[in-house]
Ligand binder design. Sequence first.
Ligand code: FAD
Length: 469
Amino acid sequence: MPRVVVVGGGVAGLAAAHRLSEVAPEFDVTLVEAKSRLGGTIRSERVDGYVIDRGPDSIITEKPSALKLAERLGLQERIIRTQDAYRGAYVVAHGRLVPVPEGFALLAPSAWWPLMSSSILSWSGKLRAAGDLVLPRGPERADESLGGFVARRLGPEMLERLAQPMVGGIYGTAPDVLSLEATMPRFRTLERKNRSVALGLMRGVARMKKSKRGRDHAAMGARYGLFISFDGGIEVLTDAIAARITSDVRLNSPVSGLERRGQGFALSLGEGDELLADGVILATAAHVSARLVEPEDARLSQHLDAIPYGSSVTVALAYRREQIPHPLDAFGFVVPTLEGRNLMACTWSSVKWPGRAPEGMVLLRCFLGGEGRDHAADLDEESLLADCRRELKRLMGIEADPSLVRVDRHRQVMPRYRVGHLVRAEQIEARVAALPRLELAGGFTRGVGIPDSIKSGEAAAESLAAELG
Ligand SMILES: Cc1cc2nc3c(=O)[nH]c(=O)nc-3n(C[C@H](O)[C@H](O)[C@H](O)COP(=O)(O)OP(=O)(O)OC[C@H]3O[C@@H](n4cnc5c(N)ncnc54)[C@H](O)[C@@H]3O)c2cc1C
């Protein structure tokens, strides 16, 4: 019976262990996690009627692996969707909250009138954005920065005031170094096919409106309708996987070394403890896996080390509804870097999702950090809280003391996809493919979020099962 060790109990490692139990139930699997709990970055707290996601809070269904896994785990009844009545978001413009124009699709508008009638861009900025309608296609190239792309098509103001804050929270990376091909290649495809990105988006919306389902989808504000969560927070998913897997689970067991022994491996677990395995899946961050694979393949280790990681901080705050003067008629707001604040975004969690706060209370989640602001993760709790409260007072008029506060630091957990990232991803994949009985998983090659992390874990499990089976 082949013995497999999965290193890392985040969603990627859990998905790998779960997939092994599906495709190779006869394998003897051990899941080894450094910390005292499973789930990794995913964590939800249920307290006094609140459901507080302390890491990620939503899953995009456009990439189906997370939803499919949830369905296989029987979680259909526990899935919740965003509250349609409040779809939309605000962006900070010149120190105040302004609605993101309806139809704005992360980088570009799919409708012109809402953008033209908004105060976010100056008239010259709007004129330059409309240049996208007439500009020729850009030159063919393997990759370019997302920032360079938006500035080239829609102008620098559109980039700084709308595109940067919209994608900043997702990738935590400055757009001028963020790979377009590795993050949002569909915008480059829109340009290739339609010349104008906005025209391409508008044609897509028109096509969607022709179908009944599409009409409903478009009316809902297409992108907001794509997200799901669970009634008890995102952790419902990782808890369900943990309950289903048949693996032996070892917590508080950081793996400190990986050595090839015979055809298999020996893993060091500190204090002289050792685990033997016929096959290994490393589901840890690239910089952790880099250390572990170094004796096996120094070049692979260098490629992994070359993927930079960023940090962020989340601060959850609860208030009584009457303590917040703002109408709370959206899912929250994002803050452009050029506004010069530490706050990156704020999700109005109990507006976005049903059941996140008790009756009459409101749960907000602030995000700090991102490229150039990684130091936020090293600030003490008081200054992080003070920063958030200052911004919430300035932007939303909240003066009251919060009735609940949770501060979470996420150090070195967000991979940053630099321009040329896909070349590096291919090099990593090619070197891993050449190493017998060893697989890597995680969001550092082909997608940073939960669905892609699950996909990578499941693919690693299938590949190892095929090799050892
Ligand atoms: C604040 C924040 C908000 C986010 N929001 C979203 C969102 O809304 N939607 C979304 O899709 N994605 C979101 N993400 C990204 C998402 O959290 C990640 O893509 C996903 O959780 C990564 O899972 P993972 O298993 O690859 O890594 P991790 O969750 O980092 O898990 C890695 C695990 O490996 C363990 N480990 C490390 N070293 C060792 C070792 N030596 N030995 C044993 N174990 C080890 C760690 O302790 C950890 O448990 C967010 C991320 C952050 C930080």
